[in-house]
Design a protein around this ligand. Structure first.
Ligand SMILES: *Cc1c(COP(=O)(O)O)cnc(C)c1O
Length: 369
């Protein structure tokens, strides 16, 4: 069994993907071919924002957002302690200081009450600029509460929807909640390509123009007129063509399919282990189906022995990462992140899982606790 079976997806979409790839190969327009702009329009329409700027990966997408806002030395950016490293890495890379905020035990997303506490305790030499709100495991953060807090304190919200693409709150979709939002097309994400890729979303015209400039070496009127220091961070035409096929499948049935798989897991596991909490009105794109159980490590081994892969996302909070040792002195405690890193386990999850596979994973798991 595969943790996320990308081969099955390819088999299902093969004729359309093969023809899209061959069309790019024969066109010769490998960089910024017409598929790139077409995909950006389709993504913007799906998400419900004015601008989508594609780029080379989800990490660059976050960096481009911070560059557009001019975040740098002396600035503080709040970020969950429990996330993938890139969410916090980009802050330090920009020269700013990441301030780690604890997460909620049930949703795994940033805690507003701890954000308030960390904001109040911010060292006076730092200027609070932004909050990186991660849509962890596919579930949007609590953006109603965050928006109120951010507006009150003049903070910008950067929605890291690398895992959140396809999630929703009411009738609004993930990637539309932040002042700027980003996603990743790494193959295993909810919408993945066949390599690296990413995108940035915003309704703001001025930021969109800056993002387009920073993406290509800070270009001005053309790429040999450079008006700012930028990146080389374009999405390949080939990846855009693949994503056009995959976005259609995502919209047509894949998002429904992962929700069906999640419901099947819930039916079998609820009340026996801690299952994912999806608040009323929220929708998840199920980047991961993550449970909590005290005997995590032994269960993981038992599953492995039965040929069932599982993953620990994430074994170490940001505040415990060696790379952040230099900012450790100004961080407050994040006890939930520490507890979760010792108890979480992500189970196989993808749109092509069969009922029998979900049953097999669930039964093997329950027999081992
Ligand atoms: C995957 C991921 C990223 C980085 O995306 P890449 O495309 O791998 O650079 C950033 N944030 C989160 C939460 C992620 O899961």
């Amino acid at each position: 069994m595969q943790f996320r079976d990308l081969h099955r997806q390819y088999e299902a979409l093969r004729p359309a993907i093969d023809s899209a790839m061959l069309q790019v190969a024969s066109s010769g327009a490998y960089i910024m071919g017409p598929q790139v702009a077409a995909l950006e329009q389709q993504l913007a329409d799906y998400v419900g924002v004015k601008h989508c700027v594609s780029c080379a990966n989800g990490t660059d997408a976050l960096s481009l957002a911070l560059m557009a806002w001019g975040v740098g030395e002396g600035d503080a950016v709040f970020v969950p302690d429990f996330t993938f490293f890139a969410s916090a890495e980009v802050i330090a890379h920009a020269g700013a200081t990441p301030i780690f905020v604890d997460v909620e035990m049930d949703t795994y997303n940033i805690s507003l009450s701890d954000l308030e506490a960390k904001y109040a305790a911010l060292p006076s030499h730092l200027t609070p600029r932004a909050v990186v709100a991660v849509d962890l495991f596919g579930l949007p953060a609590d953006f109603m509460a965050l928006r109120q807090f951010a507006n009150q304190h003049g903070l910008l919200i950067l929605e890291d929807a690398a895992q959140g693409f396809g999630g929703s709150i009411g009738n609004r979709r993930a990637c539309s909640f932040g002042d700027i939002a980003t996603t990743s097309f790494f193959p295993a994400k909810p919408l993945g390509c066949y390599g690296d890729g990413g995108a940035v979303f915003t309704d703001n015209d001025e930021w969109a123009a800056l993002l387009r400039s920073f993406r290509v070496h800070g270009k001005g009127s053309d790429k040999y007129d450079n008006v700012r220091i930028g990146l080389n961070s374009r999405l390949d035409t080939l990846q855009a063509a693949i994503l056009q096929v995959k976005l259609k499948a995502f919209e047509d049935y894949e998002l429904d399919a992962v929700n069906r798989v999640a419901n099947l897991y819930n039916e079998r596991l609820e009340g026996k282990v801690i299952t994912p909490a999806i608040p009323q009105g929220f929708g998840s794109s199920w980047a991961q189906y993550t449970i909590q159980l005290p005997q995590r490590d032994t269960v993981k081994q038992t599953l492995q022995a039965e040929g069932i892969p599982s993953m620990v996302y994430y074994p170490k909070p940001m505040s415990a990462q060696t790379a952040f040792a230099s900012v450790a002195g100004i961080q407050g405690p994040c006890p939930n992140a520490a507890r979760l890193s010792a108890t979480v386990l992500s189970l196989p999850m993808h749109p092509y899982m069969t009922d029998a596979e979900v049953a097999h994973v669930s039964e093997t798991l329950l027999a081992s606790i």
